[in-house]
Design a protein around this ligand. Sequence first.
Ligand code: SF4
Length: 220
Amino acid sequence: MATTDAPIGAQAFIPPRADTLDELKAAAAGCEGCELYENATQTVFGRGAPHARIVFVGEQPGDVEDQKGLPFVGPAGRLLREAVDDAGIDPAGVYITNAVKHFRFELRGKRRIHQNPGPAHITACRPWLVAEFALLNPQLVVVLGATAAKALLGPAFRVTRSRGQLMPWPASAQHPEDFPVAEIQALATIHPSAVLRADDRDAAYSGLVSDLKTAAAALT
Ligand code: SF4
C-alpha cells in the first residue's frame, strides 16, 4: 500500500502498450500510486476528443467530479465551458484532464473541503499525464492554474506572471523529453475555480476569456 511519505507513483500502474485513452482510463481506475485513492470515491481520468486540437490540464477533481467520475462537471467546470464558448473555441475539439486524478480533501464534519495536492501527489500522478500526451496530438496545451503549471512547466513557473503568453511546447515543459510531440504551443492561465473565488468575478472571468481567446487565435 502507498504511504503518505513515499508514494510509489503511477508509473507501475500504466499499461506498457496502451493504444487508446480508454485503455489508460481503465487502468487508472486501479491506480494506487499515492495515498489519495484511499479516501476518494474513484479515479477521475481525462475526457474529450482523442483527436483534440486543445488539451486543457487542470488541478484535480473536486467534490462533484469525484462523485460523478468525470472531470470539470462541477461549478468550475461549468464556468470553464462558458469561457471556452465565449472565447470561440469549439468544445468538440477539446480534451480535458487534471494533473492529479484523485480528489484530495479534508473532512470537516460531513463536508469534504478541497485541499491542494502536494508536490508528492503531483509527482506521483504525472506519469498519467505523460501517458495521455503520448496518445494525444494537439495543436495547443492550456495549463489551468498553479498545480497544473507545477506538473507541466516546473515549480518555478508563475501563472500570475506569465499567464496568457504563448510558449513553445514541449520546449517550455519541465522534462520536454517526456512529451515527444511535434513543436506546438502552450499557454497558462488561471484555474476557473479562481474566478469563482475572486472578489471581482466579472474581471477575473474576462481575464480568463481573454487568455482563451489568445489560445483560440493560435490554432491553425
Ligand atoms: S492521485 Fe494519481 S498517482 Fe495518486 S492514486 Fe490517484 S491516480 Fe494514482
